[in-house]
Design a protein around this ligand. Sequence first.
Ligand SMILES: Cc1cc2nc3c(=O)[nH]c(=O)nc-3n(C[C@H](O)[C@H](O)[C@H](O)COP(=O)(O)OP(=O)(O)OC[C@H]3O[C@@H](n4cnc5c(N)ncnc54)[C@H](O)[C@@H]3O)c2cc1C
Length: 618
Amino acid sequence: MPTKKTTKKVAKKVPKKTAKKLAVKSAEKKTRKKAQKKKVVTKAIKKTTTETIKRAPLGHLLIEKKLRDAGFSGGISTNKGILEKYSTDESIFSITPQVVIQPRHQKDVEIAVQTINSETERFPSLSLTPRAAGTGLSGGSLTDSIVIDVCTHMKSIGEIKNTRGHTTFTCEPGAMWRDVEKALKKEDVYLPSYPASKDICSIGGSVANNAAGPDSLRYGHCADWVESLNVTLYDGKTYLIKPINYRELKALSKKDNAHGQIAKEVFALIEKNEKTIERAKPKTKKNSAGFPLWDVLNVSVAQFKKGKGFFDLTRLISGSQGTIGIITSVTMRTQPIAHDTQCIVVPVFDLMDAGKVISKALEFNPINVELFDGLTFDLALKNPQFFKDRLSKLDYYKVLLSMYTTYHVRYGRKIPEFTLLITLDPKTLGTRTAAGIAKTLKQNHGKRARVVQNPIEREMFWQVRRASYTLSKFQDETKRPAAFLEDMTVPPEHLSKFFVEVKKLLKKFNVTAAVHGHGGNGHLHFYPLLDFTNKTTPTLVEKMAEEFFKTAVTYDGNICGEHNDGIIRTPHLNKMFNKKTLTLFTEVEHICDPLDIFNPGKKVNPRFDVKESLRKKN
Ligand SMILES: Cc1cc2nc3c(=O)[nH]c(=O)nc-3n(C[C@H](O)[C@H](O)[C@H](O)COP(=O)(O)OP(=O)(O)OC[C@H]3O[C@@H](n4cnc5c(N)ncnc54)[C@H](O)[C@@H]3O)c2cc1C
């Protein structure tokens, strides 16, 4: 829970200059905008600059009545058991909300936003934190105020459209990824930004987190597949948000509503700070840290004003973790499923070869380059029962036989530092053959590269890759694989050196972690085993985060490739971005959420103390 001290500290974090500037801006606005709008902006300034925002349980006690009076038809609960259920996600945090609401439809979402909007002046601690399937690893969906759960009711899948060979689909935010995938499969298409958690997460949560996965090497994050979003903004109205050209932006900017105001002010901010924004863009291909202002325009401001390119607010909303508005509907593009893919496996015994062989492999535009480390392979060999529970009897024996043959016969009982899995498709193979590419890799530090022809062997490698997170638990079942260092990304050419540092640091802190990840993106996932019942763990988490994040940045990396900032990484964004950029993030969040009613404390103005908010159970 944030203490008074924490909130005080946070309030001070809003740069005085920015607050002043915003205050002046709002004063000017007051003279020209309608009475209602004036009230909104004044309240907003008060809320961001106030020194002591105290929790006001009274507001939360009243909220059920207020919502019902306004016609909210979904579920509302303050039941202790339910609040406890919503107090955790897949992160290392535990924060108990005051109220959980479950809207039935967009109208309910609008009522919720309007209600909080009108009550926030009296009760400044009221806010709305969206939650979908709750599988996030950064604590993004946790709050001490109101959780708005979009997964219970708002999960219908709409039309799958095919226009001139391009397939798109529309769904409510709570639609589960696995259900959408099943529907798309019938059309022989898929959503290539799928995360490893696709069997348990939703589409809306994935867009709001800007999730990514193995095929993101070629196909990017969820944001890259968004066609349009319906979003309920701070005025409690829902807007269709999609890429627009300069003429459309000018027309929209004249509109006296939240969408028009946000578009106008975000564009002005980008225009004024174009150089700073350009410089702030992370060097890694993958990133979900901060607000990606560098992606809102796909051309320079000057070119845009000449009629080229698009201004796209969906780029800002995707990955904003519910800090800008609440997504009520998503329309996304899809990609035809690649058939006849080929897999090259490269066991890397000398760590220093990993970065080099990956860099070479990238020249062939693979769909993905995935990896797992020696500890993962070792755990797979030692825990065959893990696969027994997941595979049919016959497949289990085949996979096991393949795994032990690989280890004993192919590798001479030596476990590689890393195993790389490279997937290629006929489109990029062109006139080349997979065997030819394997040969090139052999000559370029991938001495043992070979094409895996046997489908069982291929399945075995992928089983081990996917199992890394769960297998790590087998080292000590009394501890929890802790998600806080799990998302660092470096340019692939720095991967080997970075991994050497990671190993040194793990040793220094006396913890173990199995590593897997997206090698092509230089993206390592690892979850140190920690005991959350131990009183020294909070300090350990703090110290480790500090050192690991600094190290990633030293290697031109980022602290957050795809799992987003949430509670854990928001306080560390200053390691990646300079003061000016952080101020721009605060300003843009303020433009979009002037009342600070959407998921406060995430992405900007951290308000949850990491140590105090840690879960107390494993
Ligand atoms: C085993 C495991 C593997 C994982 N692998 C990956 C991976 O490969 N890649 C990856 O990117 N992530 C991964 N994750 C993290 C997580 O599963 C994904 O980011 C997932 O896409 C989140 O979806 P969700 O439905 O659970 O969203 P939630 O966790 O419920 O929400 C995510 C964020 O979005 C916000 N939000 C939710 N709904 C809305 C809405 N309607 N409007 C606005 N904001 C909203 C929430 O406030 C929260 O900040 C993994 C997690 C686990 C447990």
